[in-house]
Design a protein around this ligand. Structure first.
Ligand SMILES: [Zn+2]
Length: 220
């Protein structure tokens, strides 16, 4: 997984640092850019992860140590149908830089007396293909499928509805108007603005970036 130590006073080989940055991202901790450089932000992120794992928060990851073992075991928590996951897990399945904005959108809607709930955050490419066959979606890869190169959730899209109404009369519903406004206030793209309206859908990247997100996801 890593050949030498990463973090505080570590060897910090570029490939090792990049691997750790991806591992942190997939458990929902933002290490800054995935650039292979071990800066203060990465060390802080390593300490955050170590606190979460209950190991000594020394800011450093050694090959064969406890922190790397916890980080690589995280895969086991991401199975099953993501639509049925609890809200916190759906939030954790979003790319950290998208998630922070969705958290603020949800808070804004709640302040307005609405009851936002995430239906889909991340979903696997396999589920996406099933939805394609069933005619539920028209694309084989979407921003919902974005992942780390080793296949763990880092979605750039989320679908939100009000848990009282779901998709009832979406075209005139106060919830979706509020969702669109709150999402755009956070610089997000709202599917309700599209020709084929996708009322519940917010995404953090432009449609033109889909091919690059697919490459970042380790898919060709
Ligand atoms: Zn969507």
């Amino acid at each position: 997984m890593i050949e030498a130590s990463v973090g505080e006073d570590g060897t910090n080989r570029v490939d090792d640092v990049r691997a750790i940055q991806w591992l942190l991202l997939r458990i929902g901790i933002d290490p800054g850019a995935v650039d292979g450089l071990a800066g203060l932000r990465l060390i802080t992120a390593i300490r955050t992860a170590q606190d979460r794992f209950g190991v000594e928060a020394d800011g450093r990851i050694d090959p064969g140590g406890q922190t790397i073992a916890h980080l690589t075991n995280a895969r086991a928590t991401w199975d099953g149908d993501s639509r049925n996951w609890p809200q916190e897990r759906k939030l954790a399945s979003l790319h950290p830089r998208f998630r922070s904005r969705i958290v603020r959108v949800i808070a804004a809607l709640k302040r307005d007396g609405l009851r936002p709930t995430i239906v889909y955050g991340w979903r696997s490419v396999a589920v996406q293909r099933r939805l394609l066959r069933e005619g539920v979606t028209q694309v084989g890869f979407s921003f919902h499928n974005a992942q780390t190169p080793d296949g763990l959730p880092a979605a750039w899209a989320a679908d939100l509805v009000d848990d009282r109404w779901y998709w009832t009369e979406p075209e005139c519903h106060v919830f979706f108007r509020a969702l669109g406004a709150a999402g755009k206030a956070e610089g997000l793209i709202w599917g309700g603005d599209w020709t084929f309206r996708d009322w519940a859908h917010l995404q953090g990247r432009r449609n033109a970036e889909l091919a690059s997100v697919r490459r970042e996801s380790g898919l060709t």
